[in-house]
Design a protein around this ligand. Sequence first.
Ligand SMILES: NC(=O)c1ccc[n+]([C@@H]2O[C@H](COP(=O)([O-])OP(=O)(O)OC[C@H]3O[C@@H](n4cnc5c(N)ncnc54)[C@H](OP(=O)(O)O)[C@@H]3O)[C@@H](O)[C@H]2O)c1
Length: 279
Amino acid sequence: MTAALPLAPTLTLAGGAQLPALALGTWPMDDSEAAVAVESALRLGYRHIDTAENYGNETGVGEGIRRSGVPREDVFITTKFNREWHSVDGVRAAFDSATKRLGVDYLDLFLIHWPNPDQDQYLEAARGLAELRNEGRIRARGVSNFTPAHLQRLIDAGITPEVCQIQLEPAHVSPEQQAFHREHGIITVAYSPLGRGASFLDSPEVQSAAAAHGKTPSQVVLRWHVQQGNGAAPKSASPARQRENLDIFDFALSDAEMRSISSLDTGEPWRLNPEEFGH
Ligand SMILES: NC(=O)c1ccc[n+]([C@@H]2O[C@H](COP(=O)([O-])OP(=O)(O)OC[C@H]3O[C@@H](n4cnc5c(N)ncnc54)[C@H](OP(=O)(O)O)[C@@H]3O)[C@@H](O)[C@H]2O)c1
């Protein structure tokens, strides 16, 4: 076992919770893969794990946390719940089930996974989250795959989420969405932050920054994420790539490098349209 890396810096959420900027993504791992990957990541120095009811691996994530020996209170657990729980009582039931599967008694961050506007119950789900937050059962509350229009309804109801997790990488920068988050004090967390191995990793913009800093293209892209003040949740089942992905806090990209990587934005919509897709 090689030595652990320094811990990632944290981002302060509106309610005061500290979210480690670099998380381990766990989709599409099953329980046994997640247990192995989470144990490895925590031993390497990760302190934030991203899972979801829908991934079917919360039991494995909890097992990995216990195997790692890292105390529960030192690990930031993000999980997400499905559309069937979009009511005040439903969120309570989703919390009970998620904590049971994970083997923990509180969650650090609980997210509405998709808005499911056809069902039009996400406002009730957000009210349920606010109750859990007030009771101290969750440290922070948030959403995922919400557009500014969805977020605006929560803001108008006085329940602005602390986090919005979205598909975000150099080919999908969503500047208006990010500006909206900033304006309302919502922290952005990037999912699929490496674009699942997308072609921007081979672009001259990323390759030249990697060469200039003696880092890999993946490290440059993850640095680009966190240097904007965002969180990122890259998935890797490989201990070597987990280490690579966390080892991004000892260098800085120049303003010109940041701009040139942002210029890779295609302006294309997200892979999945939250007006149509959800679970
Ligand atoms: N909220 C949502 O709706 C939502 C949707 C999608 C994903 N997510 C979350 O975001 C996480 C990450 O997203 P993602 O899995 O779609 O995409 P990603 O993290 O951009 O890419 C993961 C892929 O890249 C590979 N990889 C990781 N690090 C690498 C490196 N340093 N060099 C080369 N290849 C590397 C992984 O393979 P190896 O495992 O072999 O390293 C895997 O095939 C998910 O696991 C999940 O937790 C959330």
